[in-house]
Write a new protein. Sequence first.
Length: 66
Amino acid sequence: MKANPEAARRRGRPPKCDRLMIEAMVYVLRTGCPWRDLPVDFGPWKSVYTRWSRWNEQGVWGQILA
């Protein structure tokens, strides 16, 4: 059986669920709290912010809201 080349390139922890990340982003937008004050239930604040920033640069939010 051949190894999946894309899986071999991935490193680190598997990504968090997109739904949880979106809920965390909406929480920050709704409450106006700083990213660092995000409740620990959503995971590390930096992971949520990084995903939000990456999606913003890639235009994902524009596609979602269109």
